[in-house]
Write a protein that binds this ligand. Structure first.
Ligand SMILES: [Zn+2]
Ligand SMILES: [Zn+2]
Length: 439
C-alpha cells in the first residue's frame, strides 16, 4: 500500500529573467505544469498543491553576507522562490504530506555565502535559506543535501564548507569539462568539517547505469552512516541526455529511480534546460516517484537518442567510487589529522567570478579551529565591477551553538577591521542571535 503523499509548489517567476532568450526562463516550468495537469496528477488525492509564501530578507541574511546588502541585490521573485522552498519544507514538517517538491525559479545552488552579484543564474541560495529556516524554526540539526544537478553546487558547498552538521553530496559532470569548474574530490570541507563535503565528479557521457552505481555504492551508504534528520535534494535535471548545456546521458526513468531510492524529504528544483524534450518527463517521473506512484510509463518519445555508456566510463566510475569508499572509511582519522595540522586557524584565498554580473571577487577566509564549537569565521572580500561601486567588505560570522571565546573574538575581529578603516563595509552575522548588523 502506498503511504506516501506529496506537496507541490510551483513558481515560474514570470517577471524574472536574465534575458528573454536565456535558457533559464519561465517556460522551464510552464511545460512541466502543462504536462502535470494533462496527466491529471493534481487531481490525485495523494498530491497536494501549495502556494509559495514570500521569504523575508532576514531569512536570506541568516545565510548570506550581501555586499552592499542582500535587499539591493534581489527582486521579489527571489524571495518567492526561496519562500516556495520554505513552503514545501513546512508542509513536510507539519506532516501534512510525507514529502514535497518545490518547482520554483530563480535557482540557487551557485549562490555562495558572500553575494556581490549573480553567478550561474543564482543570486541567493534557496536550499540553504530553507535549511537555516528549518534549523531556526523547527530545531533540526543534522541535514543532508544531495545535489543531483549536472553542475557542481559550488554555492551550497561554500555555505556549508565549515559546518560538520551539514552533509553536502554533489555528483556532477567533471568540473574540468563544465561550468563552474569546481567540485573535485579533494574539496572535502575545512578541517573541523572534513568529509562533510562529498564531491563525485563524473565523466561526460555517464548514463543511468553509472549514476545508479554511484548511488547504490556510495551516496546511499554515506547517507546511512551520516544519519541525517532530513534529506534535501537539489534536483537539477540537466544531466538529461537532451540538455543543451551539458554532456551527460541520464533519462527520465533514471531520474525517477534516483528520486525513489534517495527518498528525499524535500526536493528543490535547480537547473534543467531541455525545456520540451526533458523537463516535462523528468519532472513527471520525479513527482510520481516521490508520491509513491508507478512511474514506469514515463518515457521520452526520443529515448533511442540516448547514448550508451562506454566501457572506459564504467571502469572510471568504479575506480572513482572505490577511491571515495576509502576516504569515507578513514574520515574520522582524516579529520583529526587535518585539525591537528591546521593549528588555531585555517585560511584560504580564492577568486570568484560572477559570470552573470561580470564581477571578479577576491576573498580571504579564516576559520577558527575551536575545540568547543564549530569556530567563528571571517571573510574579507574585494570586488571589481560591483554596480554599487562597493569594493571591499569584512564580515565575521558567529556559528550556531558558539562558545563564548569565539563570540567575543568574532566581535573583536570585526571592530578591529572597522577601526583600521580599510573596508567600505564591516558586517557581523550572528547565527546564535539570528542577527546581521553593519558595524
Ligand atoms: Zn545545472
Ligand atoms: Zn568556539
Amino acid at each position: 500500500m502506498n503511504n506516501k503523499s506529496l506537496g507541490l509548489v510551483f513558481f515560474p517567476a514570470f517577471d524574472w529573467a536574465i534575458t528573454p532568450s536565456h535558457p533559464e526562463r519561465e517556460e522551464r516550468l510552464l511545460y512541466t505544469r502543462d504536462q502535470i495537469v494533462e496527466e491529471g496528477l493534481l487531481d490525485l488525492p495523494t498530491i497536494r498543491e501549495y502556494r509559495p509564501k514570500l521569504a523575508k530578507i532576514q531569512d536570506a541574511q541568516r545565510v548570506h553576507i550581501g555586499v552592499p546588502d542582500i535587499a539591493s541585490l534581489i527582486t521579489d521573485a527571489h524571495l518567492v522562490s526561496a519562500g516556495g522552498a520554505i513552503t514545501a519544507a513546512e508542509a513536510v514538517m507539519r506532516r501534512e504530506v510525507t514529502n514535497a517538491f518545490a518547482l520554483v525559479r530563480p535557482p540557487g545552488h551557485h549562490a555562495m555565502r558572500v553575494v556581490q552579484g549573480t553567478r550561474g543564474f543564482c543570486t541567493i541560495n534557496i536550499e540553504a535559506i530553507m535549511i537555516e529556516y528549518l534549523r531556526r524554526h523547527y530545531g533540526l540539526n543534522r541535514i543532508a543535501i544531495v545535489d543531483t544537478d549536472v553542475h557542481h553546487g559550488d554555492g551550497t558547498q561554500d555555505i556549508f564548507y565549515h559546518d560538520p552538521d551539514t552533509l553536502f553530496i554533489s555528483f556532477h559532470q567533471d568540473g574540468r569539462t563544465l561550468y563552474p569548474g569546481t567540485g573535485a574530490m579533494t574539496e572535502l570541507g575545512s578541517p573541523s568539517a572534513l568529509c562533510s563535503t562529498v564531491n563525485i565528479p563524473l565523466p561526460p557521457g555517464t548514463t543511468d547505469d553509472g549514476l545508479h552505481y554511484v548511488l547504490d555504492n556510495l551516496v546511499l551508504p554515506v547517507l546511512e552512516d551520516f544519519q541525517p534528520d532530513i534529506i534535501i535534494n537539489s534536483a537539477g535535471q540537466d544531466n538529461h541526455y537532451s540538455d543543451p548545456l551539458a554532456n551527460m546521458a541520464i533519462t527520465a526513468q533514471g531520474y525517477a529511480r534516483l528520486a525513489e531510492k534517495l527518498n528525499a524529504d524535500i526536493a528543490v528544483l535547480e537547473g534543467g534546460y531541455s525545456i520540451e524534450d526533458a523537463l516535462p518527463y523528468v519532472n513527471t517521473g520525479i513527482i510520481l516517484a516521490m508520491a509513491g506512484l508507478d512511474y514506469s510509463r514515463v518515457v521520452e518519445p526520443d529515448i533511442a537518442r540516448c547514448p550508451r555508456q562506454s566501457a572506459a566510463n564504467t571502469r572510471y566510475i568504479a575506480q572513482l567510487v572505490a577511491n571515495w569508499q576509502d576516504i569515507w572509511r578513514q574520515r574520522d582519522e582524516l579529520r583529526r589529522e587535518a585539525i591537528a595540522q591546521a593549528g588555531d586557524f585555517w585560511q584560504r584565498r580564492r577568486s570568484i567570478y560572477y559570470d552573470d554580473s561580470g564581477i571578479q571577487e577576491r576573498q580571504q577566509e579564516t576559520v577558527r579551529i575551536c575545540p568547543r564549537c564549530h569556530g567563528y569565521q571571517t571573510v574579507a572580500t574585494e570586488a571589481e565591477g560591483n554596480p554599487f561601486g562597493v569594493k571591499t567588505a569584512f564580515a565575521a560570522m558567529i556559528p550556531r551553538n558558539s562558545c563564548s571565546t569565539c563570540r567575543s573574538q568574532a566581535r573583536d575581529a570585526v571592530h578591529k577591521a572597522k577601526q583600521e578603516g580599510h573596508y567600505d563595509y564591516c558586517i557581523l552575522q550572528d547565527k546564535e542571535l539570528d542577527t546581521l548588523e553593519q558595524i
